[in-house]
Design a protein around this ligand. Structure first.
Ligand code: NAD
Ligand code: GLY
Length: 364
């Protein structure tokens, strides 16, 4: 199948609708940044890894549209998704007398995107912002849909806001510098969209997984486009996750327990989600919702993407404990995103004994 390299996906949210631009080389094309809100100042928020690679190109492009372009580089890492880092963004905005029209540009992965989006939601009660995601995970998931947050020492992403960007600009060229482990982590979120929404896309990923791992531009373009289309469709129906949007968390309940149980940062989020999807498929199978062939197919694809399919042996009680503090849990009852049938997801509980069986089968 051949696909054009340039794509545009729309996310329909009434007066908060926006476009997702997907192409190679957008960072250095001034025309890619036309039509955004006008302002005296643009602030690029990036980090110490991504900034040296891409902030100069973006600054040059934005200088065609904004009289003043500032850059703030944050320390790199999930550990810095904190109040203190958020405060450092407000410090720069206030020290430079930035007004309420100032546009923030989040140049980086999901950490930079989440914290910059939350800063934009708060500064002067809300200024415009643009997502410029540079990881595969951020291009196919975190930059789209308006979830913004910082972490609290007691829980990840516990303080935040729903706040939509003005635009998402995915420059596929940036994926060429991504470490291989981060690329695989992003592929977990791409694979996720198949079982929950589109098994034809799943077939396509199976056929193109080697091309994706080799960072083939056309394959990446289609993977980002189709992922964004599916996410846009779901978010367009349930922006604030009162129901349907929870299906985007396929694999995340088990995955969250792996991340929390091992200590955040041991496994990447996408690695935990990959393994969590195998567990959620196993649970769906044990509930009679999918057959063994589907579970094996999903597990094989996750392994081919370079992701773990066997969970750490944290013990059943530890898994259950961490899953009870998942945001989807209701009054302590764990709720799982399950597949029924492949291409469709639902959210429901499951007996602890069945979950224990799955954990015993999937962990070593
Ligand atoms: P990340 O932002 O930590 O980026 C991963 C690493 O890659 C970092 O070291 C980063 O500096 C580096 N990097 C980024 N782009 C690069 C590039 N082009 N070349 C080289 N290195 C590059 O991690 P992530 O996986 O992008 O995002 C994870 C975060 O996203 C978590 O905080 C998670 O909670 C959040 N998230 C949010 C949503 C949402 O809907 N808002 C969804 C999923 C995840
Ligand atoms: N990443 C899940 C969501 O955006 O809802």
């Amino acid at each position: 199948m051949s696909h054009d390299i340039a794509h545009q996906v729309s996310i329909a949210l009434g007066d908060r609708s926006y476009a997702i631009s997907i192409a190679s080389g957008l960072l250095s094309q001034p025309s890619a940044w036309q039509g955004l809100p006008r302002a005296a100042t643009a602030l690029i928020v990036t980090n110490d890894t991504v900034g040296p690679l891409y902030a100069a190109d973006l600054t040059r492009s934005l200088s065609a549209h904004y009289p003043k372009v500032l850059t703030l580089s944050l320390p790199d890492g999930e550990a810095y998704k904190t109040w203190e880092t958020l405060q450092s963004i407000f410090d720069v905005l206030l020290q430079n007398a930035c007004d309420r029209k100032t546009v923030l540009f989040a140049l980086g992965g999901g950490v930079v995107g989440d914290i910059t989006g939350f800063a934009a939601a708060c500064y002067m009660r809300g200024v415009p912002f643009v997502q410029v995601p540079t990881t595969l995970l951020a291009q196919v998931d975190s930059s789209v849909g308006g979830k913004t947050a910082i972490n609290h020492p007691i829980g990840k992403n516990m303080v935040g806001a729903f706040y939509q960007p003005e635009r998402v600009v995915c420059d596929l060229q940036t994926l060429q510098s991504l470490p291989a482990r981060e690329l695989s982590a992003g592929l977990a979120e791409v694979i996720k969209y198949g079982p929950i929404a589109d098994m034809l896309f799943f077939d396509w990923i199976e056929q193109h997984i080697d091309a994706l791992l080799q960072r083939d531009a056309q394959a990446l373009a289609y993977a980002v486009q189709r992922s964004c289309e599916i996410k846009a469709h779901v978010v367009g129906q349930d922006e604030r996750e009162s129901g349907l949007r929870a299906i985007l968390n396929f694999g995340h309940t088990f995955g969250h327990a792996i991340e929390a149980g091992l200590g955040f940062g041991q496994w990447l989020h996408g690695e935990a989600v990959g393994c969590g999807m195998v567990m959620a498929a196993q649970l769906s199978q044990r509930l009679g919702l999918v057959d063994a062939a589907f579970t094996e197919r999903l597990s094989a694809l996750i392994a081919r993407a370079g992701l773990p399919t066997v969970g750490p042996a944290l013990g059943v009680e530890a898994y259950l404990h961490h899953m009870r503090v998942d945001k989807k849990a209701e009054a302590g009852d764990i709720r799982f995103v399950l597949i029924d049938p492949p291409g469709t997801a639902l959210v429901r509980g499951a007996p602890d004994a069945l979950v224990a069986d799955v954990l015993q089968a999937c962990c070593r």
